[in-house]
Design a protein around this ligand. Structure first.
Ligand code: PLP
Length: 458
C-alpha cells in the first residue's frame, strides 16, 4: 500500500465531473480592467467584440459577476472522451528527490492534442457551430492549440483555418499532419495570404514568426469574410474559464482524498492552464475560506510577469485585437526561438495579471536548460515524457520540494502537467546533445519594446 493511503493515480467518477465552469472574476473585489477597442480607445462593447468572436463567447468574456456558468451537455459529453484527467501522486519523484514534500500533479496530456487545450477548443467550436458559422480561424505556436481545435472542429463539422508560427511549421511537420488528418487547413505565418502578414514579411523577411503575428493574420482572415470568427487558445478570460475544469476536478479529487495543497504551481504562457488550475482554490482564498501559495512559472526568455510592465497593450502584433490590461513585454517583443513554443507570448491573462498585481499570486522565471534537466529527471522516474512548457512547472515543483528537504517541511505541492512532449524531440535532442543555450533578453531590449505600448487613459 502506498504511503498515506493515497493511490498513485486518482480518477473521479463520471458523476463527479464538473457540470459548470467557475468564473473567478465573480469573487475578485477588484476586477481585471475592461478590454479596450483599438479604434475608439474606449471599453469594448459586446457589439464590437461580436465581429471578432462568437456571441456566446463574447458574453463569457464580458461576464465578471456570474460565479458558475453551465457547461452545455454536448461539451460535457465530449469531455468524457478524455476526462476526468488523473490526479497523480508523484511518489517516484518524491523518492528520487528524497523530499518530505508530497507532490501531486494533474495530467492533461491524455488526448491526441497532447495538452489541456482541448478543454477550451471543444467549447469554442460548440458555440461557433451553435451560431451557424461556416468555420473558425486561429493561430498556433507549438501546434497544440491548432491540433486541439482541429479535433474539436472535425467533431462538429466546422471548417478550421490555422495560421501556424513558421518556425513550428518547419520544426514540427508531424503536428501539421495531425491537424490535416483532422481536416484543418494549415498556413505558415507570416504568410502572404493576409495584409498584415505581407506587411510583417516586408519588414522582417527572415522572421520565423511569433504568436502575436499569427494571431493578427487569423483575426484578419476571420473578420474579412462572412461566416467566420476568430478563436484563441489562451490569454482571454473565456479560455481561462473553460480551463477551470482542470482545477475543479483537482479540487474535488483532493477533497475526496482529504488532502489540501499548500503550494499550487503552473507554467504560464498566456495563463489559461494556470488560471484554470488555480481558480477554484483562488476563489477560496478570495473569499477568505482558505489560503494557498500560487506560483506562475515562465521562461526566462519571455518573462512577462517577472520583467514586464502592467498596462494596456495589444494582444497581437497586428494591433487589431482588443487591447487588454496585462503584464506585457510589448506586443512587438520577439522572443528568442526557445523550445517552449506555447510559452512564447508577450502578455498574460488579464485575470492572472490582476491577481499577481494584487499580490495574490507569485511568479518566477526559469532558464530552459534547467527546465529540460527537470523534464529529464521527471521522465525517468514518473514515466511521462513532459512537454517543454509543462516542464517549467516541474522545475518549480522540484525546487520547492528540494526546499522542503532542507527545512524538513512536509508541504503538499500540486502542479499542472499540461501535456506531453512527443512532438518536441528536436528540443530534447538539443538538450541531449548539450547544444541547448539560455537566451535572456536584456533590460534594454525589453524597455525598447515596452516603450511602444499604446497610451490608454480611461
Ligand atoms: C499552450 C500550452 C501551454 C501554455 O498556455 P497557457 O495558456 O499559459 O496555459 C502550456 N503547456 C502546454 C502543453 C501547452 O500546449
Amino acid at each position: 500500500m502506498p504511503k498515506d493511503n493515497i493511490p498513485y493515480k486518482f480518477y473521479l467518477e463520471e458523476k463527479d465531473l464538473p457540470s459548470q465552469w467557475y468564473n473567478v472574476r465573480a469573487d475578485m473585489k477588484k476586477k481585471p480592467a475592461p478590454l479596450v477597442d483599438p479604434v475608439t480607445g474606449k471599453p469594448c462593447t459586446a457589439e464590437a467584440l461580436s465581429h471578432v468572436f462568437c456571441d456566446e463567447l463574447v458574453a463569457q468574456e464580458l461576464d465578471e459577476t456570474t460565479p458558475y456558468i453551465d457547461i452545455p451537455q454536448e461539451i460535457q459529453d465530449f469531455y468524457k472522451m478524455f476526462r476526468p484527467s488523473p490526479l497523480i501522486r508523484a511518489y517516484f519523484l518524491e523518492k528520487k528527490l528524497g523530499t518530505p514534500a508530497k507532490i501531486y500533479y494533474k495530467f492533461e496530456g491524455n488526448n491526441t492534442s497532447g495538452s489541456h487545450k482541448l478543454n477550451s477548443a471543444i467549447a469554442q467550436a460548440y458555440y461557433a457551430k451553435k451560431q451557424g458559422l461556416k468555420g473558425v480561424t486561429t493561430e498556433t505556436g507549438a501546434g497544440q492549440w491548432g491540433t486541439a481545435l482541429s479535433m474539436a472542429c472535425s467533431y462538429f463539422g466546422l471548417e478550421c483555418n490555422v495560421y501556424m508560427v513558421k518556425v513550428s511549421y518547419e520544426q514540427k511537420p508531424f503536428r501539421r499532419e495531425v491537424m490535416r488528418t483532422y481536416g484543418a487547413n494549415v498556413t505558415p505565418s507570416p504568410s502572404n495570404t493576409t495584409e498584415v502578414g505581407r506587411k510583417i514579411l516586408a519588414e522582417f523577411p527572415e522572421t520565423g514568426g511569433s504568436l502575436g503575428c499569427a494571431i493578427s493574420e487569423a483575426v484578419e482572415a476571420a473578420t474579412s469574410r462572412e461566416g467566420y470568427r476568430y478563436v484563441l487558445g489562451s490569454v482571454l478570460s473565456q479560455v481561462l474559464l473553460h480551463q477551470t475544469v482542470i482545477g475543479l476536478e483537482a479540487k474535488t479529487a483532493m477533497d475526496k482524498l482529504g488532502v489540501k495543497p499548500d503550494i499550487i504551481i503552473g507554467c504560464a504562457g498566456g495563463g489559461s492552464n494556470l488560471g484554470g488550475l488555480i481558480s477554484p482554490f483562488m476563489g477560496e482564498k478570495l473569499r477568505g475560506e482558505a489560503d494557498y501559495r500560487f506560483i506562475a512559472v515562465e521562461p526566462a526568455s519571455c518573462p512577462s510577469l517577472t520583467r514586464g510592465t502592467y498596462g494596456y497593450d495589444y494582444c497581437d502584433t497586428g494591433k487589431i485585437c482588443p487591447l487588454q490590461k496585462m503584464y506585457t513585454l510589448g506586443s512587438g517583443f520577439m522572443p528568442s526561438p526557445n523550445h517552449a513554443g506555447g510559452l512564447r507570448y508577450h502578455g498574460m491573462s488579464s485575470i492572472l495579471s490582476e491577481l499577481y498585481d494584487q499580490g495574490l499570486m507569485e511568479a518566477r522565471s526559469v532558464e530552459q536548460t534547467s527546465v529540460f534537466e527537470a523534464a529529464q529527471t521527471f521522465a525517468r522516474v514518473e514515466g511521462i515524457l513532459p512537454a517543454p512548457e509543462s516542464s517549467h512547472a516541474i522545475r518549480a515543483a522540484i525546487d520547492e520540494a528540494l526546499k522542503c528537504k532542507e527545512t524538513g517541511e512536509e508541504k503538499t505541492i500540486l502542479f499542472g502537467l499540461t501535456g506531453t512532449g512527443f512532438f518536441d524531440m528536436y528540443a530534447y535532442a538539443a538538450y541531449n546533445d548539450g547544444r541547448m543555450t539560455d537566451y535572456i533578453p536584456t533590460d534594454e531590449e525589453i524597455a525598447a519594446s515596452v516603450a511602444k505600448m499604446p497610451k490608454i487613459a480611461l
